[in-house]
Ligand binder design. Structure first.
Ligand code: GLU
Length: 485
């Protein structure tokens, strides 16, 4: 047995938008190839000029690059099976269709548009009535010499069944009588999408065709073409639908109303490409053990087709957020600071701030980088706040004990010789010890006065440290004045 090198292809139509479903297709194609030492090909299917969007091919390149899904062959990289853009292959297809005509497996159909339109108005018959399927050679020759425009149609078997095996959905059988004599070549001599797709997959040596399950119903037609040419049928891997959760708990096909569905939009919303890819890898594929966090390298090693499920996958934005937070936590402090810097700058401009200390309090608490400014704005400017914030049952603070507590803390802090996190820590802890108070009773009011808000990343000590002595003492003083007013 000759073992063929695995070759997969991602064949997007450039529509200017990469839906997470398309991204998953690309990812699985890539992983199937890489997990078996194969080759991953990018082919641009741009024959449908009506759907063509300017700049859309760049969206595909950028997305794949950002996502780390790197193709081995493609329009920009070349390879032995080019060209890799369908519109540049347009002259390749007609000879294949003519071969089928000569072998009696396809035929020229001269039916006029008017006739076809009338047909489709006709009641229950759902398609072409095969009027030209059995024209005599004489009739054909006459029409050809009269220059009558024609399409080339495939001769579908009139009876019997076509069965194929999908690696995910199993065996699928259709009655041939349900299959129409589909058009292979249009009147302009160029191929239909379905025809080009099959010719391309075969001539590019594709061994695994991975695509959305919406293509399952077309697959018997594709297979009859492979059979007509006597070509080997590739392994089909159709992927389950991706659903979104509706407010009432039901699910429906993932769309904009569930949230962002495009890769670029998700990135703009603060999801890291690695987290998106990791999440999407598990959207329809189940690893052998319960591992959840996978680097691309690990995915390349672990991916296997049998792990793909045929039941619809539900896109869960909370789970994606969890992955995002995991990726953020796993960053080194330096990496975190680098990612966070635009957001730090947004809040602090050119002021001198010890960003590594901000990173220290934020890294474990950040789900998305874009949430950072809101969390740290109080460092740059203390918000207006109400003295009610000093009241906290758990810390045993209220409007009666808070003024004295804050005053004492303020004076002890003011007396500190050095302003470091350790010194601040010892100072406040000692105060609690000496006064036989819970730490929280001392810390609560200090943190409120320092931050002006109830929820903060980091506690009183870290906040005072980051603010620096002058600003911190100024804020505590202002808090005291507020309490005493
Ligand atoms: N160009 C098709 C699409 O974008 C791909 C179909 C296929 O993979 O066979 O949906």
């Amino acid at each position: 047995m000759v073992i063929k090198t695995v070759r997969t292809r991602y064949a997007p139509s450039p529509t200017g938008f990469m839906h997470v479903g398309n991204l998953r297709t690309a990812l699985y194609e890539y992983l199937i190839a890489k997990s078996q030492g194969g080759t991953f090909v990018l082919r641009i299917e741009d024959t449908d000029r009506e759907r063509y969007v300017e700049g859309a091919v760049d969206v595909i390149y950028n997305t794949l690059r950002t996502a780390g899904i790197i193709h081995d062959e493609g329009p920009d990289k070349g390879g032995d099976f080019g060209p890799y853009v369908q519109s540049e292959r347009k002259d390749m297809y007609l000879p294949y269709a003519e071969q089928l005509v000569n072998e009696g497996k396809a035929y020229r159909c001269f039916c006029s548009k008017e006739r076809l339109e009338k047909l489709s108005e006709g009641s229950d018959f759902g398609g072409y009535d095969r009027h030209c399927r059995d024209l005599s050679q004489q009739e054909i020759d006459e029409k050809l010499s009269a220059g009558t425009p024609y399409v080339i149609r495939q001769k579908m078997p009139l009876d019997g069944k076509t069965t194929f095996k999908d690696a995910v959905f199993g065996e699928i059988t259709v009655d041939n009588s349900e299959l129409q004599d589909q058009i292979l070549i249009k009147t302009d001599g160029y191929p239909t999408y379905n025809f080009a797709n099959v010719i391309d997959d075969h001539t590019m040596g594709i061994t695994h065709v991975v695509r959305g399950s919406e293509y399952l119903s077309s697959t018997p037609k594709y297979n009859l073409l492979y059979d007509a040419f006597g070509w080997e049928i590739p392994t089909y891997v159709h992927l389950p639908l991706i659903m979104g959760k509706n407010e009432d708990g039901s699910v429906s096909k993932l769309s904009k109303r569930h949230g962002s569905t495009g890769f670029e939009d998700l990135v703009k919303e603060g999801y890291l490409p690695e987290a998106i890819i990791n999440y999407i890898a598990l959207l329809g594929w189940c690893p052998k053990d319960n591992q959840e966090v996978f680097s691309m390298k690990e995915l390349e090693q672990s991916f296997f087709i049998e792990g793909i499920s045929k039941s619809p996958a539900v896109f869960d934005y909370d789970k994606l957020l969890w992955f995002n937070a995991e990726y953020i936590k796993a960053m080194s402090d330096e990496q975190f600071t680098e990612h966070a810097m635009p957001y730090y700058k947004e809040v602090f401009g050119d002021s001198e701030v010890d960003f590594s200390k901000l990173t220290g309090i934020l890294k474990q608490r950040t789900e998305k980088f874009i949430d950072i400014p809101e969390k740290i704005r109080f460092f740059a400017e203390i918000p207006e706040y109400d003295t009610d914030l000093f009241i906290n049952k758990k810390s045993k603070t209220n409007l009666e004990n808070s003024p004295a507590l804050l005053k004492e803390a303020y004076e002890r802090l003011k007396a500190l010789r050095e302003w470091t996190a350790d010194a601040i820590h010892d100072c406040l802890i000692n105060m609690a010890l000496e006064k036989e108070l819970k730490n929280g009773t001392v810390m609560w009011g200090v943190r409120i006065a320092a931050a002006g808000q109830k929820v903060t990343p980091g506690g009183a000590i870290e906040i005072l440290d980051i603010l620096g002595r002058d600003e911190a003492l100024k804020r505590l003083e202002a808090g005291l004045a507020k309490l005493n007013a």
